[in-house]
Design a protein. Structure first.
Length: 135
């Protein structure tokens, strides 16, 4: 199990770079060069972030990407869920069927507690918080 996938990592790195940039609009080519992220992965991720309203894209000469929201409004959990779906640490092995031990399973109860704690901690992290840690 991975908490952060490659696509989410690339997206977070690109968002941090865009947020720190002195340029109003950051071209994708500058992100590729600076972050050493393969162009196809980066383009796909940036387009998804644009579609979800995290970034704004600008076409043509001088085009590129800029944040659509202030860094304090960009939650890391939101980015995780854009690329990975709903946050879940614990998925029962029965998947689509209800586990017969669901109500009494001590492991499930403990994992649910841990999951909720991690969820709340991730929910508190913003892009602004990541930028402050870099300094």
């Amino acid at each position: 199990m991975k908490l952060i996938t490659r696509d989410t990592d690339y997206a977070l790195r690109a968002l941090c770079f865009i947020a720190k940039s002195k340029d109003d609009v950051v071209p994708a080519s500058k992100l590729v060069d600076a972050l050493k992220i393969p162009r196809p992965f980066l383009r796909k991720g940036l387009q998804l972030l644009n579609k979800k309203g995290v970034l704004r894209s600008y076409k043509g000469l001088g085009g590129g990407f800029k944040l659509a929201k202030a860094p304090k409004e960009v939650g890391i959990l939101d980015i995780i869920e854009i690329f990975q779906g709903p946050f879940r640490l614990n998925e029962c092995s029965f998947k689509k069927r209800r586990c017969p031990q669901d109500a009494t399973c001590p492991l499930k109860k403990k994992l649910d507690f841990i999951e909720r704690d991690v969820f709340l901690k991730l929910q508190a992290v913003t892009l602004q918080g990541l930028l402050k840690q870099e300094k």
